[in-house]
Design a protein around this ligand. Structure first.
Ligand code: NAD
Length: 311
């Protein structure tokens, strides 16, 4: 038996692959390598623990490779919230359509378990913070959030219609080594280009919860091992939050820059579809037996150091 990880060459996917290999599992990665090359998983491919199928989920021909798999960890997606407000189509294709195709391939090849990476953005601008899993109404304000909510609905329907089981994880901001997008990547890049000045999108007071990627993967695997309903939905994040200005200060300190002039573009959000305040309630996964051992500030510091070391 082997596990399938779609998007396994990506940021979170490659850390998940590390953890599955460490558990002794064989893994098939399905990825079109649109973000990274194979460098994130090369050592596992060389050791024979991981096979790579370089293919786009929107094409035909890969579906047979699911035969005999124990479970699909479906992480492949277009994760760009900001871009989804500019050109929605790639988000719809790579998120909703690709997820439908994965579910269909699973149904026709008798793979019954799916793990799905959803997002805090399905809650939109929640009025209850920390936001629990049973919060309503679910009114995403980004096409990305809407696409993930649509995927959750499809997964639920497939589980109930075709005797499947799912674990759906609604992530806060996940950060760490190999991350190629998000606020820390943006700040590091800008400060490398100009160490004296940093443009910060919005007023710097957008306040959100961040979790380092190793803790995220640990939480996912814990829940998969312990929750056994047909549809198991959990928030994953830290138990506090941090504002964007403080993240900028931490990144500058970690880059040993003392006199960075911060310039704010203004407004309460960084871009169309940005949720200014986000913290997820994690009581449900805590009741299951997993709790985050680090907070947002420490996560940002660890991730910044790792990202500075790795790129
Ligand atoms: P990433 O961009 O690093 O990884 C996505 C991977 O999917 C890439 O390797 C890409 O090549 C692959 N991919 C995309 N479209 C594909 C397609 N059509 N066919 C085959 N492969 C395809 O992103 P990430 O940050 O690692 O995110 C992983 C998952 O977690 C995504 O589903 C994302 O929506 C979700 N998520 C991430 C965060 C976060 O903070 N990083 C937060 C919430 C949810």
């Amino acid at each position: 038996m082997f596990d399938v990880v779609t998007g396994g060459a990506g940021f979170i996917g490659s850390h998940l692959v590390d953890a599955l290999v460490a558990q002794g599992n064989e893994v098939l990665v399905i990825d079109n390598l649109s973000v990274n090359g194979t460098e994130t998983i090369d050592r596992h491919i060389k050791s024979g623990k991981v096979r790579l199928r370089k293919v786009d989920l929107l094409t035909e021909g890969w579906q047979d490779s699911l035969t005999g798999a124990r479970r699909v960890y479906h992480l492949a997606a277009d994760p760009d919230v900001r871009q989804s407000a500019v050109t929605p189509d790639p988000t719809i294709q790579n998120n909703i359509l690709a997820t439908y195709r994965v579910l269909e391939a699973m149904r026709t090849h008798s793979v019954r378990e799916i793990v799905f990476t959803s997002t805090s953005t399905i809650y939109g601008e929640a009025t209850v913070i920390p936001t629990p899993e049973d919060y309503t109404p679910l009114e995403p304000i980004s096409v990305y959030g809407a696409s993930k909510l649509a995927c959750e609905a499809l997964i639920s329907a497939y589980c109930h219609s075709f005797d499947m089981r799912s674990w759906v994880f609604r992530f806060a901001n996940i950060i760490g080594e190999r991350s190629g997008h998000g606020v820390i990547t943006d700040f590091i890049q800008k400060l490398k280009n100009n160490p004296a000045k940093l443009e910060i999108l919005g007023d710097g007071r957008q306040t959100k919860s961040y979790l380092e990627v190793h803790a995220c993967v640990e939480a996912m695997l814990y829940a998969v091992g312990h929750a056994k309903d047909p549809v198991n939905t959990f928030n994953i994040g830290s138990e506090d939050w941090i504002d964007v200005k403080t993240i900028a200060d931490i990144v500058a300190v970690e880059m040993h820059l003392e006199k960075v002039r911060q310039r704010f573009t203004g407004g309460t959000r960084g871009w169309v579809g940005d949720v200014p305040k986000m913290q997820l309630g994690v009581e449900k996964i805590k009741a299951l037996g997993w709790k985050p051992r680090i907070g947002s500030q420490e996560s940002v510091r660890i991730a910044t150091r790792a990202m500075l070391g790795s790129r």
